[in-house]
Design a protein around this ligand. Structure first.
Ligand code: 5GP
Ligand code: MN
Length: 335
């Protein structure tokens, strides 16, 4: 994989570009993709943004989200864009499997593939140019760096500021995680100079749910959470019937896995959800327990040191049993 700066000369001539984010995109995937979309469009490129799956309603306010193609809904349009693309940017994921059904057409494409991502263990051989930096708070911060380094800082206007702020603010847990460097704050200062309203972004992202989501959260914490004090760990396990009962939609369970970490002493939290189509897992830790390695070892996943995800092809109960048994195996690291 060549350095991302080697790509800059190619951007001097208008190109046909596709930007892809990971399945079930979060605010960083959507914000970084749309931030890059606005800049490349301003530079005269023809850009299509594709998501492998649908996304949460509370991301739909981001400028340009209405133009994002849902691969599951509109595969023909997406495949056409992929076939015509000269450049494919892959943002906020680093293994093609995270693009689900798009993995194959992306791998088959003759376009130049570019990686911009901050997760661990990238599939570097799949990309011609790129930057993979696990020290970065968010892919949105990396897009900001990309815009500045390519000499396009003057293109950062209000809509781009909103996109990138949404990504960096959510991926840093509202500027709380240790990934929140001085550079992150300098970036936010620069974004604020465009005049964008950061309070509006917080409201759109955190005060924009329906009643059922809050009632579901209450139910999950009251009835579905187990605490394992001897391992400083917690598990929330959600059956499919609860998702149906509370009319849970994409994005509604985001953040739930963080609640157990608010209990004194709890350092490792897992959320296992039966989504019917698959069992989806989320892992979060505080301090020295590496959930990226954990997710790779036990649940076909990966991510960051303190935040990772995965899946299981077992039943919900078997996946939960596997989690409980894994605590014993990791007892030393969980002390
Ligand atoms: P979440 O629990 O919010 O789905 O994901 C937490 C972090 O891990 C995110 O940065 C996400 O991109 C990453 N992640 C989630 N699921 C997977 C997975 O199956 N494989 C890999 N490599 N990363 C994942
Ligand atoms: Mn991210």
């Amino acid at each position: 994989m060549q350095q991302i700066t080697d790509l800059f000369p190619l951007l001097n001539v208008p190109k046909t570009v596709v930007i892809v984010m990971h399945q079930k995109p979060d605010a960083d995937a959507m914000g970084s993709s749309l931030g890059l979309y606005h800049v490349l469009t301003a530079l005269g490129h023809s850009v299509t943004v594709i998501s492998p799956t649908n996304w949460a309603d509370w991301l739909k306010w981001i400028k340009g989200a209405d133009k994002v193609v849902d691969y599951e809904l509109n595969g023909a349009k997406a495949n056409d864009a992929l076939a015509k693309a000269e450049l494919i940017f892959c943002l906020d994921f680093n293994t093609l499997s995270r693009a689900r059904k798009m993995a194959e057409p992306i791998a088959r494409s003759s376009a130049i593939r570019i990686l911009i991502d901050h997760h661990q263990q990238p599939q570097e051989e799949m990309f011609t140019y790129g930057i993979s930096d696990t020290s970065k708070s968010s892919t949105s911060e990396m897009i900001f760096d990309f815009i500045i380094a390519s000499g396009n800082g003057d293109k950062i206007h209000l809509a781009i500021a909103e996109c990138l702020y949404a990504g960096v603010m959510t991926d840093t847990g509202s500027f709380r995680f240790s990934s929140t460097t001085a550079s992150v704050h300098r970036m936010v200062a620069c974004l604020k100079d465009t005049g964008f309203d950061h309070a509006r972004v917080h409201e759109k992202l955190f005060d924009n749910f329906l009643e059922n989501r809050l009632r579901f959260t209450g139910h999950a914490l009251l009835n579905c959470m187990e605490i394992f004090y001897e391992y400083n760990s917690a598990l929330i396990c959600i059956p499919w019937k609860d998702l149906v009962k509370f009319q849970i939609r994409t994005g509604d369970s985001e953040g739930l896995v963080n609640y157990p970490l608010t209990i004194q002493g709890i350092k490792f939290s897992a959320l296992i959800i039966d989504r019917d189509e698959e069992i989806k897992c989320s892992f979060r830790s505080k301090g020295g327990f590496d959930v990226n390695s954990y997710a790779r070892q036990y649940f076909e996943g990966g991510g960051h040191f303190n935040a990772a995800g995965g899946r299981s092809s077992d039943t919900l109960e078997k996946a939960a049993q596997k989690f409980r048994a894994s605590l014993k195996e990791n007892a030393l690291q969980l002390q």
